[in-house]
Structures are given as structure tokens and as C-alpha cells.
Design a protein around this ligand. Structure first.
Ligand SMILES: *Cc1c(COP(=O)(O)O)cnc(C)c1O
Length: 348
């Protein structure tokens, strides 16, 4: 069966054009910095984000970890959102591997951290205190609904960072979705950040890889640490070739995914038994099941699968559906039809 797979945008398979480029990629040993395709990708990513240099890394998790390890020393503290990927979904790498202390503060519904909360969390000089070194933001903010942080907000946080001698790292796993939603260039959006991680492997549809972006000095240090973590790869131009297509082509079509997420949202809103979050600002639709629904989330996953739709729950009565390159208008229609059928009789 051909499934409509809405579990995540990480499920995106390479496009036919990517597979062709991968097969024909010019390669070399990237640990020697000899892979022309990787070098081209890194140059392109740095240019698009308006930073000096960039580094291809195997995953977003490694990219964020490298950023934390470069910005912070053992015992340093980093201000993070309590619903941020770095804080909840990266296996505690910053503490386990870097001896870095997270200082979580509340993510608001709109994905932001209150500026006053950030200011209040910065440690003062005191023998009892850790030393605050870094602020992390996430854009789009995934668990808050794929919500978008504005450039004005990002600038305001950057200003706080500079005034306090801190750095600002942006977990921009979906920064191209954010820039698309705001209708501005990714370069303008990330200007206030010292470093940015973004994923090629999500809405940009590459099979593997993320980019870490920052100053030359920052990237040189990150390259050393990437080797330490076992992330120095060899003829990795076969992957970078797909990454180049992600940057050149896929970054320009995300509007379609956002429009389809809105269509999903509008359709699901009509279905009895579901309580939708706010209208999606990017490619994610979140909703809760009302108490009247007697089916469990697991049962819903099962019956939807039988109808050719793959969905994943995001909590005991919560779902997240994610649109991407491989979900077309027909897929959205099919999904709405299936949900309609399953919820016709919400008592099951
Ligand atoms: C997916 C994701 C990451 C990590 O990327 P992986 O490649 O899965 O390690 C980091 N931050 C956010 C917000 C993400 O959604």
C-alpha cells in the first residue's frame, strides 16, 4: 500500500533528482577537507545564512551538541526553553558529554521565552552560582506547534545576549520553514544568532544530514569536536549532493507544505471529537481528542494505518500531523476522508 505518511517530515525520502545527483557526485575524503561536493554545500549554506562558514554533520542532535560544546566549558550554564528539543529530546548530551548545566525556562504558547525570564535567569557573579554562557532558541518551535519566532523577537534576544556577554545559538532544525512563514530571507532571520543548526533531512527532504553555521573560528573548533565524536565522515559528497538540492530547490517550495497543513487544519476542524490547536503557522497540525472519543490514540493509529494513513500520537490524547514534500493535495483529501469516517461515531 502507498501510505500517506504524516508522522513527521523526517520520513521524507530523497527525490528522484537527489538520487541522480547522489549517484553522480564528485567525492573525496572529507576529513582531509577534500570532498568538493561537501565543500560546495558548506560554502552555499554559509552564504545563505549570512555567516562565515559551515559544517556538514550527520544529525541535528550532533550539530546542536557541537554548538554547545564550542560555546561552553564544563560547569557553564545554558538558558533553554523547557519544551525545547535540546532540553528534552537530545538524550541529555550537553550534560552527559559536555558537563554543561541546562537552565530551563518556560516556553510560552507562542514558542518564545519571555525576555524578562531570560534576563532573570542570567546568573549574577556569586560563589554559589554557575556561569551563564549561552542562550538557545528554537525556530520553528516544534512542541509548541511548529510556531514561528519573529525576527524582531530574535533580535531582542540577541541584544540581551550581547549586553550580557553571552552567545546565542539557534536550533533552526526547521529554520527554512520559519523564514518561509515570515516571508523573509533565512539570512535576515538568523542575523542575531552567533551559531545556527538546521536540518537538511526534514522538510528539505535530504536523506541524511544537518548543517552547523557560524564564524570561521567557531566552525574550526566544531570540526575538531566532530572528529572527536566520531562524526568525521569520508566520501560524504554522496550525501552533500542531496543537501545541495535541498538548499537550491527544496527550500523554495515549503509554502506548499504550509498551505496543505492549513487545509488539513480546516478539514479536521469540521470533525466531531477533535479539538484543534491554533491555525498552523508552518507544516504541523496539532490536535487533542475530546473526552467523548472512546478510541485510544493507539487504536486510532491502527485504524488510520488500515486506511493507508500513517499518523503518530504526541501525547495520551494528542496528535501531531506533519506535511512535507511527499504529501500532496490528494494525500490531504484522503487523510480528511479517513478521519471523517473514523470519527463518524466517536463512541467507537
Ligand atoms: C529534529 C530536530 C533536531 C535534531 O535533529 P536530528 O537530525 O533528528 O538529530 C533538533 N531540533 C529540533 C527542533 C528538531 O526538530
Amino acid at each position: 500500500m502507498e501510505y500517506v505518511d504524516l508522522r513527521s517530515d523526517t520520513v521524507t525520502k530523497p527525490t528522484p533528482e537527489m538520487r541522480e545527483a547522489m549517484a553522480e557526485a564528485e567525492v573525496g575524503d572529507d576529513v582531509y577537507m577534500d570532498d568538493p561536493t561537501v565543500n560546495k554545500l558548506q560554502k552555499k549554506a554559509a552564504e545563505m545564512l549570512g555567516k562565515e562558514d559551515s559544517l556538514f554533520v550527520p544529525s541535528g542532535t550532533m550539530g546542536n551538541l557541537l554548538a554547545l560544546l564550542v560555546h561552553c566549558q564544563r560547569g557553564h550554564e545554558v538558558i533553554v526553553g523547557d519544551k525545547s528539543h535540546i532540553y528534552i529530546n537530545e538524550a541529555g548530551g550537553m550534560s552527559a558529554l559536555g558537563g554543561i548545566h541546562p537552565r530551563p525556562i518556560l516556553n510560552q504558547i507562542d514558542g518564545t521565552l519571555l525576555l524578562d525570564d531570560i534576563r532573570a535567569a542570567i546568573q549574577t557573579e556569586d560563589v554559589h552560582h554557575t556561569i551563564t554562557r549561552l542562550i538557545c532558541l528554537e525556530n520553528t518551535q516544534n512542541t509548541c506547534g511548529g510556531v514561528v519566532l519573529s525576527v524582531e523577537y530574535t533580535r531582542a534576544v540577541g541584544k540581551i545576549a550581547r549586553e550580557n556577554n553571552l552567545s546565542l545559538h539557534l536550533d533552526g532544525a526547521r529554520i527554512f520553514n520559519a523564514a518561509t512563514a515570515l516571508n523573509i530571507s533565512v539570512k535576515d532571520l538568523v542575523e542575531p544568532a552567533d551559531s545556527v543548526m538546521f536540518c537538511l533531512s526534514k522538510g528539505l527532504a535530504s536523506p541524511v544530514g544537518s548543517m552547523l553555521v557560524g564564524t570561521n573560528k567557531f566552525i574550526n573548533r566544531a570540526r575538531h569536536l566532530r572528529k572527536m565524536l566520531g562524526g568525521g565522515m569520508r566520501q560524504v559528497g554522496v550525501l552533500a549532493a542531496a543537501g545541495l538540492i535541498s538548499l537550491e530547490k527544496m527550500s523554495a517550495r515549503l509554502e506548499q507544505d504550509h498551505a496543505r497543513a492549513k487545509n488539513l487544519f480546516e478539514g479536521l476542524k469540521q470533525i466531531q471529537g477533535l479539538k484543534l490547536d491554533a491555525s498552523p503557522s508552518s507544516n504541523m497540525v496539532y490536535f487533542d481528542l475530546l473526552d467523548e472519543v472512546k478510541l485510544s490514540v493507539d487504536q486510532i493509529v491502527e485504524v488510520m494505518k488500515k486506511r493507508g494513513i500513517l499518523v503518530d500520537w504526541a501525547g495520551p490524547s494528542r496528535f501531531r500531523l506533519v506535511t512535507h514534500y511527499w504529501v500532496d493535495d490528494a494525500g490531504v483529501e484522503k487523510t480528511l476522508h479517513a478521519f471523517g469516517e473514523v470519527f463518524k461515531n466517536p463512541q467507537g
